[in-house]
Design a protein around this ligand. Structure first.
Ligand SMILES: [Zn+2]
Length: 217
């Protein structure tokens, strides 16, 4: 960790202070969020799921608030890899139920940008599938842009988002006619998921389902 990283650590958060309840605890492996708070993570059961274009169906484990928000933030921004394992333990039953219901033939995930993966050292969605011991394929890749999204005009930006993903060349035949489940950490408006689903349908997938860790409020 660089000097700036250490400085930020000393100023703000250390691993033994729970970012959710503020209590100091003895990290038993995961750090950042105490065991007591982790025990509060429970699946959320909405009465119904709003339909989304291109998406055959989806499940959301939780809302992006409280402990879940702290856990996801620690994984993504503090590189707290051990928390992935902890999270996997909490969602296992919920995701397995959905897998039994839809019986996907291919399971994959929404990949992060390559530079972000490089900076973080891992892709949280991929790590979660590994921790869950769910067999998956790395079917999708992000296209690389010359400029950050914010520098594109509004209509241009829409187009860029629509073309953000592609199916890797050597998976094109495999994807055809298949029922696919895609894992992603956060659902905001659902536009990223729709873009992924459309990309998969365009190359011949039969149907595309999603599993989100959390939904932004
Ligand atoms: Zn706590």
């Amino acid at each position: 960790m660089g000097i700036l990283g250490r400085l930020l650590d000393s100023l703000y958060i250390t691993e033994d202070t729970c970012t959710n309840c503020g209590k100091t605890f003895e990290p038993s492996g995961q750090g950042f969020v105490c065991d007591e708070c982790i025990g509060e993570i429970k699946p959320y059961h909405p009465l119904e799921y709003e339909e989304k274009p291109f998406i055959a169906g989806y499940r959301i484990f939780s809302l992006y608030e409280g402990v879940m928000k702290e856990v996801i933030k620690a994984i993504k921004f503090r590189r707290a890899l051990p928390l992935v394992e902890v999270l996997a333990g909490r969602i296992r039953g919920h995701i397995n139920e959905y897998l039994q219901e839809i019986e996907p033939q291919i399971i994959t995930f929404v990949p992060v940008h390559f530079w972000r993966r490089w900076g973080r050292g891992f892709d949280q969605n991929e790590e979660l599938l590994k921790s869950l011991k769910i067999p998956f394929l790395r079917v999708l890749e992000r296209r690389k842009y010359a400029r950050p999204l914010a520098r594109y005009g509004k209509s241009e930006r829409q187009k860029v988002v629509e073309d953000a993903f592609r199916v890797k060349e050597h998976f094109l035949d495999l994807v055809e006619g298949k029922r696919i489940l895609v894992l992603d950490d956060l659902m905001t408006t659902g536009s990223t998921a729709q873009s992924v689903a459309r990309t998969l349908l365009e190359v011949g997938a039969d149907s595309v389902y999603f599993y989100f860790l959390a939904k932004e409020l």
